[in-house]
Design a protein around this ligand. Structure first.
Ligand SMILES: Nc1ncnc2c1ncn2[C@@H]1O[C@H](COP(=O)(O)OP(=O)(O)OP(=O)(O)O)[C@@H](O)[C@H]1O
Ligand SMILES: [Mg+2]
Length: 224
């Protein structure tokens, strides 16, 4: 056991594209402690999203391992991996990926329902989480009836609702104007402080880096 909520060792990944092979990651090591916020930066195409996919068990490395808490994500079967993701991890993307036909409350309750919580418990926890992101007045709104910043706050609420060990965020504020980006980012920092949740955040926005505990730069397939 370790105090790290996320560990990765020796991650390698390449993609074949017709006759070509694109090598993206050539040996990435990374540990994130509880409550720690780690930024990943690097030029376009340097492999930041690929790395997050591997860390989140959404894609498999060619070599190396990922551990979430005490569990080996890489050795897990696809079904086990889905359970580990649901129980221990949250995800935020540049585009919110909320389900359009469901209310904010239902969207946030969804991971809890998928994890087996009953409707009343899931709704209550989702409501509390939406209150924590200052959206209690918007519980019944569908995504189309929310502003861009509000949608992204719902996406943050959905990522954090089950008290995950770690949240992986790929340019979570990339689609927002400056003020909204700042408020969504501040919100993530507050929630990670309050709840001790680790964050790995890919960002192009240098103004966010001061609020991070560590900034890792991805260059030539490795962390510098
Ligand atoms: N499924 C795939 N098949 C083939 N090549 C891929 C695949 N996914 C990613 N790549 C390649 O891997 C490289 C890294 O892509 P990735 O999306 O991780 O970059 P990124 O650092 O997130 O860039 P950006 O800042 O533009 O989002 C790119 O050259 C991309 O073309
Ligand atoms: Mg990317």
């Amino acid at each position: 056991m370790s105090e790290f909520v996320l560990r990765a060792r020796g991650l390698e990944k390449s993609f074949s594209q017709g006759p070509d092979r694109v090598t993206v990651l050539t040996g990435v090591d990374l540990c994130v402690a509880a409550g720690e916020r780690v930024a990943v930066i690097g030029r376009s195409g340097s492999g930041k999203s690929t790395l997050l996919h591997l860390l989140g068990g959404l894609d498999e490395p060619d070599a190396g391992e990922v551990w979430v808490g005490a569990e080996n994500l890489t050795a897990a079967s696809p079904a086990e991996r889905a359970v580990l993701r649901n129980r221990h991890m949250g995800f935020v993307y540049q585009l919110h990926h909320l389900l359009p036909e469901f209310s904010a409350l239902e969207n946030v309750a969804m991971p809890l329902r998928l994890g087996g919580a009953n409707r009343a418990t899931a709704s209550e926890q989702a409501r509390e989480m939406l209150a924590a992101v200052d959206l209690e007045p918007r519980l019944q709104h569908r995504p189309a009836a929310l502003s861009g910043g509000e949608r992204q706050r719902v996406a943050v609420a959905r990522a954090l609702v089950g008290d995950p060990l770690i949240v992986l965020a790929d340019e979570p504020t990339g689609n927002l104007d400056r003020d909204n980006a700042r408020s969504v980012f501040d919100l993530m920092c507050r929630l990670s402080d309050d709840r001790g949740i680790g964050f790995v955040i890919v960002t192009h926005d240098d103004s966010m880096l001061d609020s991070m505990h560590r900034v890792l730069s991805l260059v030539d397939g490795q962390i510098r």
